[in-house]
Each structure stands twice: as structure tokens, then as C-alpha cells.
Design a protein around this ligand. Sequence first.
Ligand code: XBP
Length: 233
Amino acid sequence: MSLSALIFDVDGTLAETEEVHRRAFNEIFHEAGLDWHWSEDDYSRLLLTTGGKERMRAHRDAIGRDEPDDERLAALHIRKTARYGQIVHSGGLALRDGMGELISAAHRAGARLAVATTTSRGNVDALCQACLGKPAHELFEVIAAGDEVTRKKPAPDIYELALQRLDVSPERALAFEDTRNGLLSAKGAGLRVIASPSAYARNEDFREADWLVPDWSVKRLPAIVRALLGQPN
Ligand code: XBP
């Protein structure tokens, strides 16, 4: 069946954001007088828990503490989101290879574009404004983000929400993902998935992906996407 919509994950898919998230987390931990600091190794384990608040809770529980309580973690996460936005606005991110060209080609071809992400809507806007020069709603017809669902990836809920808002069946859409959790979420919603592992996900298992590519260059995309983009094979 031919495609009508492309659904994009954000963190690690549009851009390599996780080092900026890690920096924002560490800066607000320091600012709040908390003796937490996440190294790259810590973060690669912690990333298996999707969502910033959930990740902080997982860390607190793993080190066997009761504090900060969930309410304080939620307040810290608001500050972390603000710090992340500042870093992104100051030019701390670039799109992954091929992504800018892919989004432009999809717009030229009149394809329907959506986002299904664990991160918050504000972070999607910050990234789109900084890396694509436009607010997210001018680039993506549908945006499903963050706490709009209670069960985050790898649960299928966020992709199901995006499909529902697009009003398309999973057979007519394709997901772009960079992690195993994202891949399982999209597959759980019945989508075909093209995966390109991001830096932190290089050693993850992508065996369920329909296509695996090293970057998002249009020339590497499968024929079904190229057909939607009006690009000859
Ligand atoms: C990415 C994430 C995000 C970011 C932090 O998941 O888990 O949580 O690391 O974002 P995916 P917030 O790319 O699979 O959607 O702090 O805004 O939650």
C-alpha cells in the first residue's frame, strides 16, 4: 500500500539532542545543589528510561533514595526544559545528515508530516525554530508529544495518538526512529519503520526495523519513501 504520511521521532532522529539534554540535566542538578552528575556512561543506561521526569525518577530509585520527591523532580524538570531551550536557541544543535533535505523534499511533494516524540512540545518548537527556522506547527501537520500520553515509548501510545490525529491507518504511514524503544513503539502501533541509530543507540538491536540506514540522505531511503517524495529510483 502506498504511503500518505511520514511520522518523525525528534530526539536522536531529527538531531543528536541527547548530549544537550544531558548537559541541561547536569546544569540544573548543580544549580539545585543536588549531588547528581550524569556521565556519558550513566546516561547511556538512563536513556533506556524514556522521558526526562521518568529518567530522573529511575535514577533516584536506582541509588536508593526517597528524595527529591516526585513533585520536586517535576519542578526540576521544568527548569531543565528551560535550560535545554536556551542551549538550543544559542545554536547548540544541528540536524542529522540528510534530515533538512528530506523535510524540504516532503513539503515540496505535498506529503503529510507528523511528529511522535517523548520530549515536550516546547522542546520540539525550540529545535524546529533553531534548526529549521520555523515553528514546529508550520513544518508538521500533527505533533504528538511528551505528557499527552501516560505510557511513553516503548509503549505504542504516542504513535497511536499521531495516527489518530492524522486520521490515517498505520499501513499508510511510516515512522523514522533512532532507538530500540522508539522502534518498538512504532512497531507496536502497526507502522513500518526506517531506523537510523543515533550516537547513544549504536549498539542497540534494530532487528525489527523494516529498513536500517546510516543517515537520512534521500538517496538511501527505500523506494516507498522516494515514491512519496516524487524522486525517481
Ligand atoms: C527521547 C527521550 C527524551 C529526552 C528528554 O525519547 O527520552 O526524554 O531524553 O526529554 P524519544 P524530556 O526520542 O524516543 O522520543 O526531558 O523533555 O522528557
